[in-house]
Design a protein around this ligand. Sequence first.
Ligand code: ADP
Ligand code: MG
Length: 275
Amino acid sequence: MVDGRVLGGSSRIASTREWLERNFGSTSILETEHLSFYYGRDRALCDVTLSIPLEGVTAIMGPSGCGKSTLLRVFNRMNELYPGTRIEGRVRFLGQDLLREDPVAVRRHIGMVFQRPNPFPKSIFDNVAYGPRVHGVRHRGELRRIVEVSLQGAALWDEVKDCLKRSAFSLSGGQQQRLCIARALAVRPAVLLMDEPCSALDPKATDRVEATIRELAGELTVVVVTHNLHQAARISDHVAVLLAGGELAEFGPTAAVFECPECARVADYLNGVFG
Ligand SMILES: Nc1ncnc2c1ncn2[C@@H]1O[C@H](COP(=O)(O)OP(=O)(O)O)[C@@H](O)[C@H]1O
Ligand SMILES: [Mg+2]
């Protein structure tokens, strides 16, 4: 596993890129190969083969129910928490078989932010310090440093630095979502998965979170699910389009997919015929 702890910003990405190229001849951080996923008998993902690039923001788009959240949850092994699920195919993270790794370790490296802000009923400080404490960081000064850097990464520090002891619930919805981003960043993940992170936010808070996502992309890989085509166009470098039945219909650089999709069904989707 690459440890970017001593590195900051783009040098962390650059060293991971070099390591990936040398060891695996690829610059994809997450790859699926013929991935199918079932809830009981119902197939939610069908034969998905996809490579998520190390660099930038990858958006996963598609109409409701096409498997976007399911795909995201495969990436940090959360689907297994539901009974009666089954997975076929392969998933690799940094070239390793993700499905054979310890799920807790996977979630340490691949963090997740959900649709609705879900801070813990604790102070702002304790929310961000939660992950590092679970991983054994006890030193007060070290925890303070991690909390500050994480809140800065989530563009929330300036707004909360004087009230870190206040309850997380005293924050606005947009601030709570950025707090959840800070909480995820605090364990220094390599990938941040975000499942429709702005869908519960007003336009101003959405702008702030989108700007934060763009800034984070210089430092880690962001995979963001959205059904908002404008948002995908604004914030992503690559897009994957899933369509009904959990099939991957298109993947490519954002501008190319929006301007000239290869798949006619994706063109229809982008033109708003369905979705
Ligand atoms: N926990 C679950 N149990 C059973 N079926 C589920 C569960 N979660 C999702 N599904 C089904 O899997 C399909 C894909 O769902 P989901 O991944 O949530 O799609 P999306 O995020 O694109 O809206 C849907 O048909 C949905 O009903
Ligand atoms: Mg969803």
